[in-house]
Write a protein that binds this ligand. Structure first.
Ligand code: G3H
Ligand code: 13P
Ligand code: ZN
Length: 332
């Protein structure tokens, strides 16, 4: 049994309370590799931002859960080495799908877990979430739950269509489960193809796809029913069109990739939305940088040569999100 407190990590309680009160959101960046971890820490330290480093089931399968936990411990020490006296870093399980996986993470140094029972019938979601909350709170670990279903793939749970969160359920759900934050569905989805071209309009000037707006009316209704309760947005990558263009220019094939416009995420960050999940934008930044590097330097084969610009590109993207979209800078 390893407590996150011994590793210098923090849970999300204080972060979220301050974010809701201050009208900003905490970035939750997924990580699978050392370069992502370094870029996240450098960005958080340089902007003085709290940060959530999150690990999906896929990340555990790719990199090994134990290694990722040691990387998070290393992240705290690295942040201190970079000059941050009191780093606010949470290590979070993204889309935990069983009590057992949540318990394993809590027992191994995670400071926060998500139990994603969104695909279950309402009462089963409540029962599972409550069970996780009881175990987690006994270890001072915070719990994110989910109501409503996002379109696309949520690890192994996939849905063709999204089912918006029903505002009339959120008060009962949060009270009966005791969860610390609630992920909701208001039109975001995972991955780099959040909307089909048919769901979008086209900007006549640029020819770029313009996605339909998020359901801010549902968010407002939820906030009215559980004022000040921390809300989480998954699937919040913006899929920057310059990254998509670079990927396509250098041999990639991502036709009609489209994300959530940053203006809408800026608006959400000012509300009770206090955690915004970003994974795909990091993948796009890394891939664009590596494709460009390979095209321009065909004779290079030392991974450090192409991973360095990839790490720089991710760091730039993380800093941009923190400072220009979520507003979590200067909060340490
Ligand atoms: O929830 C989706 C995240 O982007 C994690 O994706 O399961 O491929 O690591 P992954
Ligand atoms: P994106 O695919 O939009 O980056 O969402 C990531 C996410 O929600 C992880 O849980
Ligand atoms: Zn997610």
């Amino acid at each position: 049994m390893v407590s996150y407190k011994e590793l210098g990590l923090v849970n999300t309680r204080d972060m979220f309370a301050k974010a809701v009160a201050g009208g900003y959101a905490i970035p939750a960046f997924n990580f699978n590799t050392m370069e992502q971890m370094q870029a996240i820490v450098q960005a958080a330290v340089e902007t003085k931002s709290p940060v959530i480093m999150q690990v999906s089931k896929g990340a555990r399968a790719y990199a090994n859960g134990t290694i990722l936990r040691y990387m998070a411990q290393g992240a705290v020490e690295y942040a201190k080495e970079l000059g941050c006296e009191k780093p606010q870093i949470a290590l979070h399980l993204d889309h935990g799908d069983s009590f057992e996986i949540c318990k394993e993470c809590i027992d191994n140094g995670f400071s926060s877990v998500m139990i994603d029972g969104s695909h279950l019938p309402y009462e089963e979601n409540i029962a599972l979430t409550k069970k996780v909350v009881e175990y987690a709170h006994a270890h001072d670990v915070t719990v994110e739950a989910e109501l409503g279903v996002l379109a696309g793939v949520e690890d192994e749970v996939s849905s063709e269509v999204s089912h918006y969160t029903k505002p009339e359920e959120v008060e009962d759900f949060s009270k009966r489960t005791g969860c610390d934050s609630l992920a909701i569905s208001i039109g975001t989805s995972h991955g780099a193809y959040k909307f089909t071209p048919e769901q979008c309009t086209r900007d006549p000037k640029t020819g770029l796809l313009v996605p339909p707006p998020l359901a801010f009316d549902i968010l407002a209704e939820i906030e009215k029913r559980i004022p000040g309760f921390p809300i989480v947005l998954h699937g919040s990558s913006s899929v920057p069109q310059d990254e998509v263009a670079t990927i396509n220019q250098f041999g990639g094939k991502l036709p009609d990739a489209v994300g959530i416009p940053e203006e809408q995420l800026r608006q959400a960050s000012k509300s009770a939305v206090c955690k915004i999940n970003i994974d795909s934008d990091s993948r796009l930044a890394m891939t664009a940088a590596i494709r460009k590097y390979f095209a321009e330097n065909p004779a290079h084969f030392d991974p450090r040569q192409y991973l360095k610009p990839a790490r720089e590109a991710m760091k730039k993207m993380y800093i941009h999100k923190i400072m220009e979209v979520l507003g979590s800078n200067d909060k340490l």
